[in-house]
Design a protein around this ligand. Structure first.
Ligand code: SAH
Ligand code: SF4
Length: 356
């Protein structure tokens, strides 16, 4: 009898070495493993679509591996080219992934968990109860599915048609799923995998400092930290993990994070009307930031049904940015993408109700 597919090794995350093991153990030629990995890296996960692989090997792969740990259930396209994908896991749970195309790059925003345990009060994912950590295979499969979609349905004129950058900014807290995220990074960065440079990958975290340290030691990719306030009492409410790892602890952790040449840590700062956009908030931020190593990305609040906050008006956002820039801080305002399909930052929730 065939084993439960969820307990099988997953094709998206398997190493060449392990795949060779399966193939040679069945008395089949080793070079087939490399061919299968080449298909996998292109985004082809169904062995039946691997043209140069003989039927007996396709059957073996189908039998011994979980080839497609996630399946595409729904897709929405925004006017600006952004695509939002709803995937169903083998467990029946669902996650969302977003492709953000620009002229020169294609960025995939990956989910790392189903729901999130951290409960930031402004975040739609945070309103969903935590259900599961994604496996490395489920994380990588999101990238591969987008690659496949771009091959089947090329991007409109003027927008990049390839996946060039990855951001772990979808559903969930990547640093609360170290095993899945680390293993996915290993494959995404390895030569036999997608071979993406650490400079093209960003992990966003609400600030789990021990895990940020591990990330820097193991996979020193770009780091983005959801700061949202540089005042402890305020951040305790907005980003509750601050109660466990307050600003002083975060400060030391960020100072120690290894940076690639000419790279900065991004401090994400969501502006909420009359909550964290006051003059004293600017002052606290100026006191907190290490301008040599860090820059600020101001985020407009993206509303969702029944969201409890309102965003800072544009005029105040601009004056907030100007106040930082005038002190020599690198500050930008993030352009919101895919808002018409609820694909923007903090809007992902994966409930069918918001998809249809
Ligand atoms: N858990 C990680 C990554 C996922 S959230 C983190 O918190 O960093 C990705 C980004 O979206 C974070 O900066 C988060 O604070 C922000 N975000 C959450 N809800 C939002 C909303 N409603 N509007 C705008 N940004 C939001
Ligand atoms: Fe979780 Fe990030 Fe949302 Fe906070 S902002 S609830 S950490 S996904």
């Amino acid at each position: 009898m065939r084993a439960m597919s969820t307990s099988l090794p997953q094709l998206p995350s398997i190493t060449l070495h392990d795949l060779q093991g399966f193939i040679t153990a069945s008395g089949l030629p080793k070079f087939r493993a490399k061919q299968i990995i080449q298909w996998r890296n292109k985004g082809v996960l169904n062995p039946d679509n691997m043209g140069n692989i003989p039927k007996n090997i396709r059957e073996l792969v189908n039998d011994k591996l979980c080839c497609q740990p996630i399946s595409l259930t729904d897709k929405q396209c925004s006017e600006d080219g952004t695509r939002k994908y709803l995937f169903t896991l083998k467990s029946g749970k669902s996650i969302e992934t977003v492709l953000i195309p620009e002229q020169e790059r294609g960025t995939v925003c990956l989910s790392s968990q189903v729901g999130c345990v951290l409960d930031c009060p402004f975040c739609h994912t945070g309103t969903q109860k935590f259900e599961a950590n994604l496996t490395a295979g489920e994380i990588i499969a999101q990238v591969l599915a987008v690659k496949e979609d771009l091959r089947q349905n090329p991007m409109q004129e003027g927008l990049h048609n390839h996946v060039t950058h990855l951001v772990y900014m979808g559903m969930g807290e990547p640093m609360a799923n170290e095993a899945g995220v680390h293993q996915s990074l290993a494959m995404l960065m390895s030569e036999e995998g997608l071979h993406l440079s650490r400079r093209r990958i960003t992990v966003s975290t609400s600030g789990l400092t021990p895990q940020i340290k591990h990330l820097g030691e193991e996979y020193p990719v770009n780091l983005a930290v959801s700061l949202h306030s540089a005042i402890n009492a305020e951040r305790d409410i907005l980003v509750p993990i601050n109660i466990k790892y307050p600003l002083e602890v975060l400060r030391d952790c960020l100072n120690a994070y290894p940076l690639a040449h000419q790279r900065h840590i991004t401090l994400e700062y969501l502006l909420l009307d009359d909550i964290n956009d006051r003059d004293e908030d600017i002052q606290a931020l100026l006191n907190f930031i290490n301008p040599e190593r860090e820059r600020i990305n101001l985020i407009r609040f993206n509303p969702y049904p029944n969201s409890p906050y309102s965003g800072t008006p544009t005029e105040r956002m601009n004056s907030f940015a100007k106040a930082l820039i005038s002190k020599g801080i690198r500050a930008t305002v993030r352009r919101s993408r895919g808002q018409d399909i609820m694909a923007a930052c903090g809007q992902l929730k994966s409930s069918k109700a918001i998809i249809s």
